[in-house]
Design a protein around this ligand. Sequence first.
Ligand code: FES
Length: 84
Amino acid sequence: PFTAKCHRSGTTVEVDGEHTLLQALLDAGIDVDYSCEGGVCGTCVLPLLAGDVIHEDEFLDEDEREERITVCVSRGIGEIELDV
Ligand code: FES
């Protein structure tokens, strides 16, 4: 489990092992565009403000991974902060 603090919406989302970060954001009423849900298309990429991420996508390059997260497949460690 990990937590995603969503700065623009003022919401903090808890993500358990059964759900993706994308699902948790949508369930919290945060509007996130998505398409493939497989880490390939890049539609769901969001700006990452802080925190450590296990990147599971095949879309972002190493530099982009410093400040973005593909929320349909990647997960945070502890608490991450998103600009959404
Ligand atoms: Fe395609 Fe997340 S929806 S990469």
